[in-house]
Design a protein. Structure first.
Length: 390
């Protein structure tokens, strides 16, 4: 069944080789004063920084560089908002991965707000306005280029917050798969694991429908097949183009229109891990995924595992439901191992003695145990998942 929904994604996508040629025309629609945001230098190495400057000749460019993976409220968001206010910035151009874009989205709203921007990010105050954001995305992962969310870390309070608001949709996103050729094996694997998890967070929800199951299984198949090709040959355009396009569908709801919101529990857990230990988001998710699956496997949920087992992995339908579910969970574990993700949190530097504190933090800030959720998980379950992931 397709339940009730509303759906809105106003971002204009420019997809494919060489689409950046349209950048000046699009930026020019919003003004001349541009805040160019980027990370630690990958865009300089790949020549994209110079290309952007060449294309934007005649624009007044102000720069914010050094945006961190797991972007920080202080200094990055605060500095960016200040630059926007001081320079009457008309439009923000984010060039880089999801962290650069997320930071730019938060800046766009904070630049239009006079109080402490954390009020907006934490949801204490409703967002009323934001500067337009355009992006050239260089990493296939988050889907930030096609959604209304951003995730910002506030190290002062060990918090990593998802911040969603319709004002945060980029007005235009440029997706050229060639810009992802230089992404390392590690980030390629982690980015794909993130996108796989975005699909799974929506797959484990009700009501299910043949149509939504079909597109989600197609998305998983494409991600799981193409990441292996891209890991072998980073410049395989066909593989990189599928990864880039499928990742962009991750978080804007299009994969699960008409299904209820699951609560995205694996993301709630991972955000606490990143807040406490600054780990790579996709790696944390990959490690948690099979452990979360084991925890929520029940009579109620087994049908979801059977659909994955049969339609995605091709398991024999004549096996029992619980055998198929077991095999499906093992298959995800093995897949993440095969693409090079260490499957224990300890290997990423997470300390077991922080589990209790992290669980408190999850329950306080995100809550994973609401009765409306697809598979509510309370304190004991969270502790079990995290312990099993160590
Ligand atoms: O900083 P630079 O030098 O640019 O290097 C980056 C960074 O070190 C590098 N990189 C990016 N593009 C590259 C490249 N290196 C070589 N060639 C390229 N073409 O990759 C490293 C990681 O970049 P980052 O932007 O952090 O990765 P990703 O895109 O995976 O973003 C992760 C962040 O997004 C959040 C995560 O929590 C995390 O903070 N998320 C955002 C979401 C959203 N807005 O919808 C949803 C997700 O669930 C996620 O939570
Ligand atoms: Zn994610």
């Amino acid at each position: 069944m397709i339940g009730n929904f509303n759906y809105f994604t106003p971002t204009k996508l420019f997809f494919g080789k060489g689409v950046i040629k349209d950048l000046p025309g699009v930026v020019g629609q919003y003004g001349k004063n541009v805040l160019l945001t980027y990370g630690g230098g990958s865009i300089k190495k790949m020549g994209l920084y110079d290309e952007v400057y060449k294309l934007l000749e005649g624009f007044n460019i102000i720069e914010l560089s050094g945006i961190e993976p797991n972007p920080k409220y202080d200094p990055s968001v605060l500095t960016g908002a200040k630059l926007c206010k001081e320079n009457a910035v008309d439009v923000i151009l984010a060039v880089g991965g999801g962290s650069v874009l997320d930071c730019s989205k938060a800046i766009s709203a904070c630049a239009k707000y006079d109080g402490d921007g954390w009020d907006l990010i934490s949801g204490k105050v409703k967002t009323r306005a934001a500067l337009p954001v355009i992006d050239v995305i260089t990493l296939a992962a988050t889907g930030s280029e096609y959604d209304a969310g951003c995730v910002i870390s506030n190290t002062a309070i060990n918090d990593k917050r998802g911040y969603m608001d319709d004002h945060l949709y980029p007005v235009a996103s440029f997706l050229d798969p060639e810009y992802t050729f230089s992404v390392s094996k590690w980030q390629t694997a982690c980015g794909t694991a993130d996108a796989i998890n975005h699909v799974l967070e929506q797959f484990f929800a009700t009501p299910a429908s043949l149509f939504n199951d079909g597109i989600m299984i197609a998305a998983l198949r494409s991600l799981m097949t193409n990441v292996k090709i891209a890991l072998k040959d980073p410049a395989d355009y066909a593989a990189r183009s599928e990864l880039m396009y499928v990742c962009s569908w991750g978080c804007n709801g299009i994969l699960s229109n008409g299904a209820g919101y699951s609560g995205w529990p694996m993301h709630s857990i991972e955000h606490a891990l990143s807040a406490y230990f600054d780990i790579t988001h996709g790696a944390g998710l990959a490690i948690i995924t099979p452990r979360w699956m084991r925890e929520i496997l029940s009579e109620k949920t087994v049908e979801r595992f059977v659909t994955l087992g049969v339609s995605l992995f091709g398991f024999d339908r004549s096996l029992s439901d619980s055998e198929i579910a077991d095999k499906a969970i093992d298959a995800f574990y093995k897949f993440f191992e095969e693409i090079g993700i260490p499957m224990s949190l300890g290997e990423l530097g997470v300390k077991e003695d922080k589990i209790g504190e992290m669980v408190d933090h999850i329950l306080e800030n995100d809550s994973t145990d609401e009765p409306w959720m697809y598979a509510p998980i309370g304190r004991e379950a969270l502790v079990r998942i995290l312990k099993a992931s160590m």
